[in-house]
Design a protein around this ligand. Sequence first.
Ligand SMILES: [Zn+2]
Length: 324
Amino acid sequence: MGFPAQRPRRLRRTGAIRSLVRETGLSAGDLIYPMFVCPGKRVRQEIGSMPGQFNLSADEAVAEAQEARSLGVPAVILFGIPPSKDAKASGAYDPHGVVQEATAAIKKDVEGVLVIADVCLCEYTDHGHCGVVQGEEILNDPTLDLLAKTAVSQARAGADIVAPSDMMDGRVAAIRKGLDAAGFDQVPILSYAAKYASAFYGPFREAAQSTPKFGDRRSHQMDPANVREALKAVRLDIEEGADMVMVKPALPYLDVIHRVRQAVDVPVAAYHVSGEYAMLVAAAKNGWIDRDRAVLESLVAIRRAGADLIVTYFAKEAAHLLGG
Ligand SMILES: [Zn+2]
């Protein structure tokens, strides 16, 4: 029974009908706002390759978190830019480290917002790698202790959720064990389970000053050509105790998000990364695309692929557009 009995345009005629039959929802409550926190007071330094995003001192991060919360964004995720770096990434697990201080300040001053702390070492090592290095090799097992220590110190500072992004083997189990031993058995782990070695992280590295001094991250992050491997990585992380899993980046990896969503029953997050943000902002700035529509379309596509949660630099902007 085709045309003329079937006329799909009947359900597209008006905004009210389109809204009634819309399959995928997008709301501020699905979004997580990433922030880069640095030392000092009243510091608010714009990131060149990410117009509209800033390096923020703890007091300014509090203001941003407040604004995000008031727009209906439930969570922020924090990355640290420490005052100094060394081979052991001491700043990552310093009780007075930048992320720990910002976490404590936000938890104290912003009611109801969830603070997620990113767990990795690359922002804190002088060589810029995600783990302990010997020669040009990133050592897996010696890195696990430092990651667990980092997560525990973040939980101690008040982080609601820890999010390991390092892609070392066994990190989720090590972090779970460390958290439990320190009395934080109620702190969930959101693991960056399928994190690809992507060119789209470029602007982030400028923001976090975490470009490796030698080599690259292809020995631990995933090959963009692989999807079965993503399912394996996700399953292993869940077996080790991940409460939620993440796919990163988002738009170039919608098929991965979809496959992960089908394969597991834990919440799935996707990270709409810095390069994805920068491309949209740059094209809109040149008048080549409609920024508002492109932002919402990108985010709804990530949701449609199967992400429950989206980490995005557009979180506040999208919440605003969605009427927050
Ligand atoms: Zn890293």
